[in-house]
Design a binder for this molecule. Structure first.
Ligand code: SF4
Length: 330
């Protein structure tokens, strides 16, 4: 019976090389791509890559349970709002569920010892599968020779001598291998997902604190300027026409779209469980502050509640620079 393995694929070179190394050993690979709560990222690119690599492709959406993990990661955060160790543990556990579903023997990743801070430090790698049902069945083909032998190596499913012992941040060996295998079309090396960026991380953290009702809502955080208006509401305003359109497309039932009626101004997407008239006035005020009518007499704004018949007009609140900076989370 053939050996089957589930591999995490990101579209980056390391994960593709890991797939190649195992395919070379005749292992049937099932690649899994994780879609972050706020958007699909490299999904289509990975699907196409997997077709080229002749491996199965499967995507898993990280939804509300992922957000719960994000709020209280056991191993803490990195430099921003990125809980990389817990995030990898989460993904590996989900991949392990898929492993069972397709009857695979183990899970592998393209991780390289010491390539990234936090989750890829040698002392942190064992934490990823520790005390999970997949413990011992998580293989890192690119660094395997530097790590303890895993069950698939011990049981002869994988030939350890044909795996690699890469470590560190230099990617020269990987680029040499890409040339050897003729691999093209991979994503350029990146420092991590959006959670590793402080401005995005700040707004994400704020949004999870009592505003977010569903993981899909977080797609709105990829655009515009973000303000926390009160304990229960946040408003995002577009920086240009394109962002206005993107924010409008991200609006979900219960949100409210606020637009100044008589002047060109950014669209304001208001989110929260209890959107009061006070919140709408402030949202209109923020929109006016970032328009050509900044400092002019208060403008009138229309307010459209998504998924409801309800519409109303309100008057923009006059806001000072200090008011704005107190609410602005970047
Ligand atoms: S960079 Fe983002 S996706 Fe990658 S492990 Fe860290 S939190 Fe998870």
């Amino acid at each position: 019976m053939s050996v089957k393995a589930v591999g995490l694929i990101s579209g980056g070179l390391d994960s593709i090389l890991a797939v190649k190394l195992l395919k070379e050993q005749g292992i049937e690979v099932y690649a899994v791509y994780f879609v972050m709560p706020w958007g699909s990222g490299n999904l289509e690119r990975c699907r196409a890559l997997c077709l080229q690599l002749d491996v199965h492709f499967h995507s898993i959406y990280l939804g509300n349970d992922y957000l719960e993990m994000l709020k209280r990661p056991q191993y803490g955060y990195g430099g921003a709002f990125n809980p990389c160790i817990d995030c990898h543990r989460f993904m590996v556990r989900r991949a392990a569920e898929y492993m069972k579903e397709v009857g695979a023997d183990f899970v592998f990743t393209g991780e390289v010892v010491g390539q990234r801070p936090m989750s890829q430090l040698k002392r942190c790698l064992p934490l990823i599968d520790k005390d999970t049902e997949i413990e011992g069945r998580l293989l890192r083909p690119l660094s395997a020779k530097l790590l303890d032998e895993t069950i698939p190596e011990r049981e002869g499913m994988v030939d350890r001598s044909r795996l690699l012992g890469l470590s560190g941040r230099s990617r020269k060996s990987q680029f040499d291998l890409a040339q050897k295998y003729g691999i093209t079309g991979f994503s350029p090396p990146a420092g991590g997902c959006l959670l590793t960026e402080k401005p995005f991380g700040n707004r994400f953290k704020d949004f999870l604190d009592g505003i977010c009702r569903d993981a899909k809502e977080t797609s709105a955080l990829c655009f515009g300027r973000y303000f926390r208006v009160d304990r229960k509401c946040a408003v995002i305003i577009g920086r240009d026409q394109e962002e206005n359109a993107s924010l409008e497309a991200c609006a979900v039932r219960g949100d409210c779209i606020v637009e100044l009626i008589n002047v060109g101004a950014p669209l304001a997407l208001v989110k929260g469980a209890e959107i009061s008239e006070d919140v709408l006035q402030i949202s209109a005020g923020i929109s006016q502050y970032f328009s050509k009518a900044k400092g002019a007499p208060a403008e009138v704004a229309s307010c459209r509640f998504i998924g409801e018949e309800r519409r109303m007009n309100t008057t923009a609140r006059k806001l000072s620079e200090r008011d704005i900076s107190a609410m602005w989370k970047q």
